[in-house]
Design a protein around this ligand. Structure first.
Ligand code: BES
Ligand code: MN
Ligand code: MN
Length: 457
């Protein structure tokens, strides 16, 4: 065994304890009350990088949360890898559904339970520990490395995009390495080569100037909750096709070759359904479950409010109703264009009995990595050596919008080397990350750096 792999083997307990330290920090970016904690998580990463004697470590201030940067140049002739990760997390709610508190990491059945365990503290930390294993075992690091950790991924990276535009030279690299996705299945290493984009909208329907007695006024005054439901129901037809004019115009159709690749992925639809406690699945007609969940665009209500939500029954005709609606996008849909089409369509179907206000939240572009890129091959080989299994190549339905910006602004492809699982319950109660994948992740990262120079020649 190499000194690097030996260092990893003998430091597992230490790595876990250190991960627990950052998992204990509630760095929730959506909540301004947690601003300090977000800063603490950034400090933790600064300390981590500083302990590795890099050439440079900087904590950049932004208009929002800090960006942590570090770099080590070993040989300008060698490839430079930019590691990206996010240290912010989603809110833990509903908190009462957690079996153990979200910010008190606990191991049960070989899984680490904590908010951020998989998304993305645990996964991104593997690349820090991989470098440490070289440095502390006295092994020359085989490539050049840069780290960029942000604290606003879960709120749409508003300050990272301007940052990379402003620091093109600083961030110059041959590729971006990201662990913020999932493996296709347990013990099934996977390289994600496509991600969906996002357009996130909010619709408010405003009716009478106050809540009304539904017996006194019901029937004569249009009910915003009824109107909103009817409008939402019109957004998709019975085949699951989205009814916004122009919505599909830029969608690149799946090629027969891609569809063939989808069919060859090891996927058990019955098990998928059972694990979610469902009797049946539903989606766009003419596409398989995997295609629907990663290669086709969607429209989903993410939140819906109106009227009386309390205990018992209150007869009321609400004055307002609202919905948060997101659309997952695929190449080459443009989030701004889709937001515009959505807004125009919603206004066009709104009855004159109400006023409708549409606002746009954050969005992001979809992305696809070129499968012939040498970095992907090195990543595939690293996975194979550690997991003793050839990795699958698959697209995923989630979004990491900055991947498209790295492509556009830095001209760099991203290698999405996910160590998580779809069953990790990211964004849900009881988020977890398998301890063994934390360790295999560190090993795979270290292996990747070792193999990369061979592949770049
Ligand atoms: N790590 C996820 C994205 C992800 C999850 C990709 C699973 C592939 C598989 C990321 O932290 C995330 O949650 N992204 C948001 C988008 C963002 C703009 C808020 C998402 O996908 O909802
Ligand atoms: Mn993430
Ligand atoms: Mn997330």
């Amino acid at each position: 065994m190499s000194a690097v792999q030996e260092y990893i083997e003998s430091n597992k307990e230490k790595f876990k304890e250190e991960l627990f330290e950052i998992l204990r920090i509630p760095s929730i970016s959506t909540s301004s009350a947690h601003k300090q904690h977000v800063g603490k998580a950034a400090d933790f990463l600064v300390d981590q990088l500083e302990s590795l004697d890099l050439d440079r470590v900087t904590r950049f201030k932004t208009d929002g949360n800090p960006i942590v940067y570090g770099e080590l140049t070993t040989d300008p002739e060698k490839p430079t890898v930019l590691v990206y990760g996010h240290y912010d997390v989603q809110p833990p709610d509903p908190e009462d559904l957690w079996d153990t508190p979200p910010f008190e990491p606990t191991v049960r059945n070989g899984d680490i339970y904590a908010r951020g365990a998989s998304d993305d503290k645990g996964q991104s930390f593997t690349h820090v520990k991989a470098l440490e294993s070289y440095i502390k075992s006295g092994t020359d690091f085989p490539v050049n490395i840069k780290y960029i950790f942000e604290g606003e991924e879960e709120v749409g990276s508003p300050n990272l995009v301007p940052f990379i535009k402003e620091h093109r030279e600083l961030l110059e690299c041959d590729m971006v390495l990201i662990s913020d996705t999932a493996m296709f299945a347990e013990d099934t290493p996977s390289i994600t080569y496509g991600l969906r984009g996002l357009a996130y909208m909010e619709v408010e329907v405003i009716g009478p100037n106050r809540d009304l007695h539904s017996g006194v006024y019901g029937g004569a005054v249009d009910n915003p909750a009824n109107v909103l439901s009817e409008m939402i129901a019109q957004l998709r037809d019975e085949d699951g096709r989205i009814q916004i004019p122009g919505f599909y115009d830029a969608v690149k159709p799946l090629t027969e070759k891609e569809r063939e690749a989808y069919r060859n992925l090891p996927f058990d639809e019955e098990e998928y359904k059972d694990k979610l406690g469902l009797k049946a699945l539903n989606g766009e007609k003419g596409y398989s479950t995997l295609e629907r969940a990663s290669a086709r665009p969607t429209l989903d209500v993410n939140g819906l409010w109106s009227g009386y939500q309390g205990e018992g029954a209150k007869t009321v005709l609400p004055s307002k109703a609202g919905a948060k609606i997101s659309m997952r996008l695929v190449p080459d849909q443009d989030p701004k264009e889709i937001a515009k089409l959505f807004t125009e369509h919603i206004q066009s179907i709104a009855p004159e009995t109400v006023t409708v206000e549409v606002t746009e939240h954050h969005g992001g572009h979809p992305s696809i990595t070129d499968l012939s890129f040498y970095g992907l091959k090195a990543a595939g080989k690293a996975f194979e050596e550690v997991y003793q299994k050839e990795p699958l190549f698959a697209r995923e339905g989630g979004s990491i919008p900055i991947v498209a910006d790295f492509q556009k602004v830095l001209g760099a492809q991203s290698i999405l080397m996910g160590f998580g699982l779809n069953s990790d319950a990211i964004h849900s109660p009881n988020e977890k990350f398998a301890l063994k994948d934390f360790y295999r992740g560190i090993k795979t990262s270290a292996k990747f750096f070792e193999l990369l120079p061979e592949y770049s020649e």
